[in-house]
Design a protein around this ligand. Structure first.
Ligand code: ADP
Ligand code: MG
Length: 253
């Protein structure tokens, strides 16, 4: 991170991070000397070909996976060597997730899943937060589904529940891995508008992994990974500009 005061400018970041999977005879380098920061109150998209290290970067920044070397910050806390309990506390208070696999609780209905972050934090939502959750439920088209359980929902509906859950308690930082991957274009636009609004209206920070140039065009800043390395950065690009850069990347590879 090349800012003079990284803790002020960045809500999460990695410095000179390497992440290696496998063993000495068969190593897979998922991240190769990556240094980036997710800026506060910005919507950052992370792009790159399949296998370029996007999900690994997200997991490492969230402290869900350890690094082989380098350092990781969440807020102003160096989490590189933080214990599991402290990490869990930190995540519950400050971080929301939309995973590729949704990770909904099968025994809870839609509202129960969306309210789970409040439960885990051990607090009740304020009146304002309840209204916000109801707004999310209706704008994500889930109003008729609040007492359904995940197995009664389509993949797209489950993804929208995961988005509502991540946004509901207005965490400082939201990590979203392909949050529009299973959605039709109208639901996808709704999710992207909500994420963009979270940064503009509520000062949250978003790090979104995507391979969709239209989704990335909602972001303030776009980071490109290839073979575990940061290879480019763009600011507010159109879908056409992003698509044309990605096409170039694939031709080089
Ligand atoms: P992306 O999200 O960009 O598709 P990933 O971060 O999932 O990429 O993976 C980056 C590289 O690390 C790939 O080569 C992948 O096969 C490898 N990898 C990811 N997770 C594991 C794991 N748990 N064990 C071994 N290799 C892994
Ligand atoms: Mg991935």
């Amino acid at each position: 991170m090349n800012n003079t005061d990284p803790r002020e400018a960045f809500v999460a970041g990695v410095a000179h991070v390497r992440k290696q999977y496998g063993d000495a005879t068969n190593p897979v380098t998922a991240l190769d000397n990556v240094s980036i920061g997710i800026r506060r109150r910005e919507f950052t998209a992370i792009m790159g070909p399949s296998g370029s290290g996007k999900s690994t970067l997200m997991h490492v920044m969230a402290g869900l996976d350890s690094v082989t070397s380098g350092r990781v910050w969440l807020g102003d806390v160096d989490i590189t060597a933080l214990g599991d309990d402290a990490l869990t506390q930190l995540r519950r208070r400050h971080v929301g997730f939309v995973f590729q696999s949704f990770n909904l609780v099968p025994t809870l209905d839609v509202r129960g899943n969306i309210m789970l972050p409040f439960e885990l934090e051990g607090r009740s939502p304020s009146g304002d937060e309840r209204r916000w959750v109801d707004h999310l439920i209706s704008s994500l088209g889930l109003a008729g589904r609040v007492d359904h359980r995940p197995h009664q929902l389509s993949g797209g509906q489950q993804q929208r529940v995961a988005v509502a859950r991540a946004l509901g308690s207005r965490p400082q930082l939201i990590f979203a891995d392909e949050p529009t991957g299973n959605l039709d274009s109208r639901s996808g636009r709704e999710v992207l508008s909500l994420l963009a609004a979270a940064t503009r209206e509520y000062g949250q920070s978003i790090a979104m992994v995507t391979h969709d140039p239209v989704a990335a065009s909602y972001a303030d800043r776009i980071l490109f990974l290839a073979d575990g390395r940061l290879v480019n950065e763009m600011h507010r690009a159109t879908p056409e500009q992003i698509a044309s850069y990605m096409l170039g990347m694939e031709q080089v590879a």
